[in-house]
Ligand binder design. Structure first.
Ligand code: FAS
Ligand code: PHB
Length: 386
């Protein structure tokens, strides 16, 4: 079997890349190790930057997003038991959209099914046999299949295999693991606030988010040693309640969890994001702590850039954009790492944090909410406008 671009990984990055390539008559195949159902139901991100909404509309999957997505003019930061609003609409004349990653994934899957693209789900034992003249072998329905392609794109996430084919003497890996995790809960309860609230208090970090006007998404900071089996719904709600500012805590609507999970926080970048005819996009190349709501947005930004580069190569025989892909994406990656790391440090309590640092962080946040310049910068970074 031959194709022009072989995509390993059928999450949001792989699905969007396949759609953008297909729309430009560039033949491609996706190999996804899990089932479509597993991929579609993974609960992850919830906030789309305006740039991401534009990319999805351009790809032809913006209809339901525009109908069901909820535009937010701002978000809130709470510390010292008070709540401060960051009005992005006023400060930076733009909004973010609340639309879950599960919905983005489903829209992409539906669109790809309609245009009959080739996706192998439950593709097992994927082996990259050659990266100069790309050749991949895998098993599907216990049949061994080989695919030749001109390029391979690793959209296979943090635990993927593609990055392993960038030689050790070429690649540089930058990684940091945080000393805490996020315990997340999804429930069909009315969100406590019409817009997100990022909270820091003596118990640590909490986040009040949502998926719709009737479906809430909450997170609390927890230790890396926590196991989800030790967290009943009641225990989660009690801990979230302790984190909430007094003005609103008694309005919290609790209910049975639809999903509960613990996400380890890490920062990760692999450089370069390509080698010979192998390219990386999305979580395969970088991970940001979810505090800044950036992971999915950054991934789709890579894909937008790579699909344009492949269009130039296949339609205008120009390699310029492909040659610049890694440098161009890494510039955005490091700006995003910077923002996500700053926001994570500002809002979380680190186990080994001394009093001086705690007090300094509190005053830094006070400075921020009393400075239009700093709020302008924060609003633009949250919107993905660096
Ligand atoms: P993904 O990891 O989504 O997809 C990779 C795909 O490759 C998967 O379907 C996997 O099955 C497949 N794969 C892996 N290895 C393979 C192999 N060897 N062969 C074939 N297929 C293979 N971002 C936010 O903005 N906000 C959040 O709140 C947020 N929360 C998150 C919580 C968790 C637990 C995680 C892990 C991530 C979270 N993220 C969040 C980031 C997340 O949304 C990612 O940025 C987004 O899923 C990136 O999409 P992909 O690059 O497609 O990677
Ligand atoms: C979410 O709704 O899942 C969400 C929102 C904002 C974040 C992280 C996660 O920063």
């Amino acid at each position: 079997m031959d194709t022009k671009v072989l995509i390993i990984g059928g999450g949001p990055s792989g699905l969007l890349l396949s759609l953008l390539l297909t729309k430009n008559d560039i033949d491609n195949i996706i190999l996804e190790k899990n089932t479509a159902l597993h991929v579609a139901n993974r609960i992850r991100a919830g906030i789309l930057e305006p740039g991401t909404v534009k990319i999805l509309k351009k790809a032809g999957v913006g209809k339901r997003l525009c109908k069901e997505g909820i535009k937010h003019n701002g978000f809130n930061i709470s510390f010292n038991n008070k709540i401060y609003h960051i009005n992005m609409k006023k400060l930076a004349n733009d909004t973010v959209t609340v639309y879950g990653q599960t919905e983005v994934t489903k829209d992409l899957m539906d669109k790809l099914a309609k245009i009959n693209t080739k996706i192998f789900y439950k593709a097992n034992n994927i082996k990259i046999l050659n990266i100069i003249k790309p050749k991949v072998e895998f098993t599907h329905n216990s049949k061994k299949i080989k695919i030749n392609s001109q390029f391979i794109v690793g959209c296979d996430g943090y635990h993927g295999i593609t990055k392993n084919f960038i030689p050790k003497n070429i690649k540089k890996i930058y990684e940091k693991e945080y000393s805490f995790s996020w315990l997340g809960l999804l429930s069909d309860t009315k969100p406590i606030s019409p817009e997100l609230i990022y909270i820091n208090n003596t118990n640590g970090f909490g986040l009040c988010s949502m998926r719709s006007k009737t479906r809430s998404r909450y997170y609390i900071q927890c230790s890396n040693k926590e196991r989800i089996k030790d967290w009943s719904d009641d225990r989660f709600w009690e801990n979230l309640y302790k984190t909430l500012p007094s003005d609103i805590k008694n309005t919290l609507q609790t209910g049975p969890s639809i999903e509960k999970s613990i996400a380890q926080l890490r920062s990760y970048v692999i450089e370069p994001m390509n080698y010979k005819n192998i390219f990386l996009a999305g979580d395969a190349a970088h991970i940001v702590p979810p505090t800044g709501a950036k992971g999915l947005n950054l991934a789709l930004s890579d894909v937008n850039c790579l699909s344009s580069a492949f269009k130039s190569y296949f339609h205008r025989k120009s390699e310029e954009e492909l040659k610049n892909y890694s440098k161009k994406c890494l510039s955005r990656v490091w700006k995003t790492q910077n923002f996500s790391s700053w926001f994570t440090n500002a809002l979380h309590n680190f186990p080994d944090e001394d009093n001086f640092t705690k007090e300094m962080k509190k005053n830094m946040l006070l400075d921020l909410i009393h400075s239009n310049t700093q709020k302008f910068n924060l609003a633009n970074k949250y919107l993905g406008k660096y």
